[in-house]
Design a protein around this ligand. Structure first.
Ligand code: NAD
Ligand code: DAU
Length: 340
């Protein structure tokens, strides 16, 4: 049985990834290491929390002693843990530098001490900066030009992962993905925020002119790509992952409103995000050609299914918005938590 240490597994993408890995690989066990910041929600994993091949450990990736206290063998690491929201990084960059930069180096050092066989660093397309309307999509060789403190901190961690490969010959692989959407996304990001606000009859804040473009990918497609890279990717390589679904923000918002049966009266154009990147687009030829990757979800169907999920799972996001989800860890795990 192989043990994969997944960091940030209580977040949006990490929790989707853990469900996928447990479902697809019967010879894998998962150790989910997460500090449970505001973005960590163990309810996202209620479907697997009692599974024999799943263990949760509340710990911070910046805490080298807590990492060294893990007694279980760790064969591979898939590193999702990060501060992930651009607006928060504009307000206060310090936690982004701590977790994304220092935390990643602390985890890389741990991985080297343990001699892990694979270290997948989950980076982002935001490290490439912003595109003009007719620029070609980002490829793996596009120079890094991050524009927000979040993106700069992710670029720092991405380069530290690269350095670990070059300096220490560590088996590092890097993915750079575009904007994810789907179940269990924290309702501070565009799509779940707009769905939840519309369902509550609240205003929908569209930044600037609403013409910024993002390349949307369903979270399950991103997770399958990360898992392909973990299994078959070449160490030392970067793999872009995209959805081939460039959409303007205002069009995404209108589609959500239509799906919920609302008109456009809830839309409010608000002051633009500082340094707001205009357009992201991903060239994902490499992962398609090398690893046989293909997306399974098209954006329109995926978004409709996501709107339906937030309608059916209203208690989930209402507990997030009220703060009630914060008590889940104590209620669920209490004193029976054992150090793995
Ligand atoms: P998220 O904010 O939903 O989840 C982050 C998780 O990391 C949370 O569970 C949180 O508790 C945990 N965490 C934060 N700081 C920690 C620390 N110091 N120690 C241990 N755990 C910590 O994020 P997400 O949207 O799921 O993104 C996951 C990863 O994917 C991030 O690295 C992000 O940069 C990257 N990414 C995200 C997207 C996207 O569209 N959301 C796209 C490309 C790449
Ligand atoms: O591209 C990958 C990145 O996508 C990830 O690395 C980040 O972790 C993730 O948060 C996401 O970053 P964005 O800044 O693109 O996502 P966000 O959902 O915050 O915003 C998407 C677009 O919508 C962006 O142009 C800003 C706009 N927006 C966002 C919010 C929250 C609004 O117009 N109104 C809003 O209220």
């Amino acid at each position: 049985m192989k043990t994969i240490l997944v960091t940030g597994g209580a977040g949006f993408i990490g929790s989707n990834y853990i469900r996928l890995v447990l479902q697809q690989h019967s010879d894998v066990q998962v150790l989910n290491l997460d500090a449970l910041t505001y973005a960590g929600n163990l309810e996202n994993l209620s479907a697997v929390e009692r599974a024999p091949r799943y263990t949760f450990l509340k710990a911070d990736i910046c805490d080298a002693a807590a990492l060294d206290a893990i007694t279980a063998s760790v064969d591979e690491i898939v590193h999702f843990a990060a501060e992930s929201h651009v607006d928060r990084s504009i307000e206060d960059a310090a936690t982004f530098l701590r977790t994304n930069v220092l935390g990643t180096q602390t985890l890389l050092d741990f991985a080297r001490r343990r001699g892990v066989a694979r270290f997948v660093h989950v980076s982002t397309d935001e490290v490439y900066g912003s595109l003009g309307p007719t620029d070609p999509a980002f490829s793996e060789t596009t120079p890094l030009a991050p524009n927000s403190p979040y993106a700069a901190s992710k670029a720092g961690s991405d380069l530290l992962a690269r350095a670990a490969f070059h300096t220490h010959s560590m088996p590092v692989l890097i993915t750079r993905c575009s904007n994810n959407y789907g179940p269990y996304q924290f309702p501070e990001k565009l799509i779940p925020l707009m769905i939840a606000n519309a369902m509550e009859g609240k205003q929908l804040p569209v930044y600037g002119d609403g013409m910024n473009v993002r390349d949307w990918i369903h979270v399950e497609d991103h997770c399958r790509a990360v898992d392909l890279v973990r299994r078959d990717g070449r160490v030392g390589e970067v793999y872009n992952v995209g959805g081939r679904s460039e959409r303007r923000n205002i069009d995404v918002v209108r589609t959500i409103l239509r799906a919920l049966g609302h008109g456009e009266e809830l839309i409010r154009y608000v002051k633009d995000r500082l340094g707001h990147d205009r357009r992201y687009a991903i060239n994902d030829e490499k992962i398609r050609a090398e690893l046989g990757y293909a997306t399974l979800h098209n954006f329109e169907d995926g978004l409709a299914a996501t709107v339906a999920w937030y309608q059916q799972q209203r208690p989930w996001w209402e507990r997030v918005r009220s703060g009630d989800y914060r008590g889940y860890y104590e209620r669920m795990y209490g004193s029976r938590l054992a150090q793995p």
